[in-house]
Write a protein that binds this ligand. Sequence first.
Ligand code: ADP
Ligand code: MG
Length: 255
Amino acid sequence: MTARPMVEIRGVHKGFGTLEVLHGIDLTVAEGEVTAVLGPSGSGKSTLLRCVNHLERADRGYVSVDGELIGYRRGRGVLHELKEKHILRQRGAIGFVFQSFNLFPHLTVLENITEAPRFALRRPAAEAEADARALLARVGLADRADAYPRQLSGGQQQRVAIARALALRPKVLLFDEPTSALDPELVGEVLDVIRDLAAGGTTMIIVTHEIGFAREVADTVVFMSDGRIVETGPPSQVFDAPSHERTRAFLAKVL
Ligand code: ADP
Ligand code: MG
């Protein structure tokens, strides 16, 4: 019942210049659980994900993953920002899958997946490659190892991006609208892979507008509006009996 917290977001505030984007976000994701984050465009969902892996530095508050503070170390009661090298290592444990795939265009599928394990983690090439082939099989692309990203459909590219994130054996996977850039007929194959990961116990935070998918896969649904978590609960509660007017208004638009 009480699974270990894997991701802890505490009092995270973030602004850009005078624009306050996150007004104190608190969220805990337990090990093996899936949290879906919904909310209107501009509500701060991407900024929140980027704060989790320190792509954005929170102005206040902090994030920890598996008990480890991200981006900082504590010393004499104050936080000191870690060196970039150390932050990059922490980011390896926090897989990030973007809306726009972001594969390296000049590398093959296999090279895309083995790049970070080989050159950041210094794993032997043969080992990284064997691992990558197993991951490609898992996302249904065993036969495309030597293809270049441009030779693949959007759905295939996104599955490679997921395999690439998994190659670092992350403790948590973050997805920022992983199917929003895809043609409708390609959405299913990507959701199938994410569904499979959820069944295998991967801890995930997924920003998505796919309500049906969130209902099926998420343990917890979070609804954000104007930089705040307005509502959180199991899918049945948030979707079928939302307690806030903003959630109701949003659902009425997207359902
Ligand atoms: P969402 O993902 O929910 O659509 P975002 O987190 O992308 O929302 O953006 C929230 C707000 O922050 C928006 O008003 C956006 O324009 C602004 N914003 C995001 N990133 C930056 C940035 N790097 N500089 C300035 N404003 C930003
Ligand atoms: Mg966004």
